[in-house]
Design a binder for this molecule. Structure first.
Ligand code: F6P
Length: 368
């Protein structure tokens, strides 16, 4: 190997810069050149968007200095510009999607890049697998704050997200207690409830609603009423943005909350529904992108560094078409094809769920 490229795709996650630093230093230690592609694959696919010629940048020891503790990604990222479904404008102004993978691979070859380390979630890893099947040497590094990627025990960014959500929930306890209110905290988690579950259990929330369990608000309302009877006038409900009510409707409101609805509104609907059912004043706090920004925890820094270094060891060992994966106590390799197009859901009988139920946390599926 003479030269490798790194790219970061999809939503950012704290720990990305640790991966970039470790991969760069480990590759340079082996005498390889390292370049970074800006904004997913855009820097290579659309160089005209980079008038200063910096769509692909040299990654030196200096350029990765002092970045491990920083959030975001020094390479930039994007959800657009998927080379397997690249948007191309037609003469009549309409847009069609074309598979530009071969063109992208040719661009790697022109620049004498021998391998790609793609750091991303399901979307980026699926693209990486497609490029690998077409002849490019690819190593994947799993990334998502949602922790919903298969075949790796966890991903960097998740620990930071849970930690920050927990700090916010702790603060909401004191104001909810003072006012005797119900506070609904909506956290990220499009397909899986890992962030909601872990932060909710760690903080002692009274109900947690996750995408894995279609919820009914009546058991949650009953939990709130019973707490009231015991003299606890406040309650905290943590909701994953992808949580959905049974039958797609919040019955007390008589309003449909279908899958087609934009993500992010469920917290408000839960708060309104609980007020209607209990008569209690409620407030909603949407943490949104706050839990994706900022500095990674020490745990996520270390995991990012381990993943970055493991990706380079994988290349040195001649591996191709694999993803580095956390398999405690080690980081090992799994086929890229085994992680794409699927989500790792919270097993509803896992010990964290059982612990939560023993703590009296309601999931909107059983009367308390
Ligand atoms: O996949 C991670 C995630 O944080 C989801 O939980 C969330 O729905 C999504 O990204 C939002 O990303 P964006 O606003 O960048 O499209």
């Amino acid at each position: 190997i003479k030269r490798i490229a790194l790219s970061t795709g999809g939503g950012d996650a704290p720990g990305l810069n640790a991966v970039i630093r470790a991969a760069t230093l480990a590759a340079r230690n082996r005498g390889w050149d390292v370049v970074g592609i800006r904004d997913g694959f855009n820097g290579l696919m659309a160089p005209e968007e980079y008038p200063r010629g910096d769509g692909v940048i040299e990654l030196s020891r200096e350029s990765v200095r002092g970045i491990v503790h920083t959030g975001g990604t020094i390479l930039g990222t994007t959800n657009r510009g998927n080379p397997t479904a690249y948007p191309v404008q037609q003469p009549d102004g309409s847009w069609v999607e074309e598979d530009r993978s071969d063109e992208l691979i040719a661009k790697f070859r022109e620049r004498e890049i021998d391998a790609l380390v793609t750091i991303g979630g399901d979307g980026s890893l699926t693209i990486g697998n497609h490029l690998h099947e077409r002849g490019l040497r690819v190593i994947g590094v799993p990334k998502t704050i949602d922790n919903d990627l298969e075949n790796t025990q966890s991903t960097f960014g998740f620990h930071t997200a849970v930690d920050f959500a927990a700090q916010c929930i702790d603060r909401l306890f004191s104001t909810a207690t003072s006012h005797g209110r119900v506070i609904v905290v909506e956290v990220m988690g499009r397909y899986a409830g890992w962030i909601a579950l872990h932060s909710g259990v760690a903080c002692g929330a009274h109900a947690v609603l996750i995408p894995e369990i279609e919820f009914d608000l009546e058991p949650v309302a009953e939990t709130i009423r019973q707490r009231e009877e015991r003299g606890a006038k406040f309650s905290i409900v943590v909701v994953a943005e992808g949580a959905r009510p049974q039958g797609g409707e919040v019955s007390v409101l008589g309003k449909a909350v279908g899958q087609a609805e934009k993500l992010g509104g469920v917290g408000q609907k839960v708060a309104d529904g609980l007020t209607a059912l209990t008569g209690k004043e409620s407030r909603v706090v949407v943490l949104g992108h706050l839990i994706r920004g900022g500095s990674p925890t020490a745990y996520d820094r270390l995991l990012g560094l381990r993943f970055g270094a493991a990706a380079i060891r994988a290349l040195e060992e001649g591996k191709d078409g694999i993803m580095v994966a956390l398999n405690p106590p080690t980081v090992d390799y799994v086929p890229l094809a085994s992680v794409t197009k699927r989500q790792k859901h919270v097993p509803i009988d896992c010990d964290t769920m059982l612990t939560a139920r023993d703590m009296g946390i309601n999931f909107g599926d059983e009367m308390p």
